[in-house]
Design a protein around this ligand. Structure first.
Ligand code: ATP
Ligand code: MG
Length: 224
């Protein structure tokens, strides 16, 4: 399994008691497999993505990425594993205003210390794959919402991550474009062989995944 979540629990203090955000969640995602996560607002979807993406340590349970128990790592090593093995697409694209599309993507290789000349070519190849070959030198302000999300997808895939996570990546797009961008993300993640988890509110989009996990108040309410 490329991504394994075992018995994940997350709780936050709430006055004298605590508020449970995730309660005993298990999820295994194999290479090239796509799992959709759905659930009402506040059911814990983004918390699950934060835990799987090593952005938040769970209070209980274990996260294993590519065979490494990430929850047991020291902070610095966990940060490195996240950088090298996890690609995340957020609801809004979080692009850097000053950088062109090709720079947004290529900079990832630089951050990871891969200074190979092939990085620039790979950035262009990924942007071409998401249909942006004519927008390589455009900055975020010159791109449409859908184009920005496609840059964010290319950026998430740049370091050939073992795990790809997307938290409502099409929420800011109209349904037609949302479907297109979601399909692109799924196709590219499968092509790369990444274990992929996509949060969505859209049942049609969830239907494009291989499997489906439904959360209700921090617990797995259904699995298909
Ligand atoms: N740091 C925190 N402290 C307290 N409560 C939190 C914290 N982070 C999240 N929560 C609460 O945990 C619950 C789950 O939040 P989460 O963001 O995971 O939900 P979600 O399923 O992604 O919802 P949405 O569909 O609205 O994005 C919510 O009730 C939220 O208010
Ligand atoms: Mg959320």
């Amino acid at each position: 399994m490329s991504l394994r979540l075992e018995n994940i629990s997350v709780a936050v203090p709430d006055g004298a008691t605590e508020r449970v955000l995730l309660d005993g969640v298990d999820l295994d995602v194999g290479p090239g497999e796509v799992v959709a996560v759905t659930g009402a607002s506040g059911s814990g979807k983004s918390t699950l993505v934060a835990v799987a993406g090593l952005l938040r340590q769970p209070d209980g349970g274990r996260v294993t990425i590519g065979g490494t128990d990430a929850t047991a790592l020291k902070d610095r090593r966990r940060v490195r594993l996240r950088r090298d093995a996890v690609g995340i697409v957020y609801q809004s694209s979080n692009l850097l205003p000053a950088l062109t599309a090709r720079e947004q993507v290529a900079i990832l290789a630089h951050i990871s210390g891969r200074r190979d000349a092939a990085a620039k070519d790979r950035a262009i190849e990924l942007l071409t794959r998401v249909g942006l070959e004519d927008r390589l030198d455009a900055r975020p302000a010159q791109l449409s919402g859908g184009e920005r999300q496609r840059v964010a997808i290319a950026r998430a895939l740049m370091n050939e991550p073992v795990v790809v996570l997307a938290d409502e990546p099409t929420a800011s797009l109209d349904p037609e474009l949302g479907e297109l961008v979601m399909q692109l993300l799924i196709d590219e993640a499968r092509r790369l062989g990444a274990a992929t988890v996509v949060v969505t509110h859209d049942p049609d989009q969830a239907g494009r995944a291989d499997r489906h996990l439904h959360l209700h108040r921090g617990e797995v309410a259904a699995r298909t």
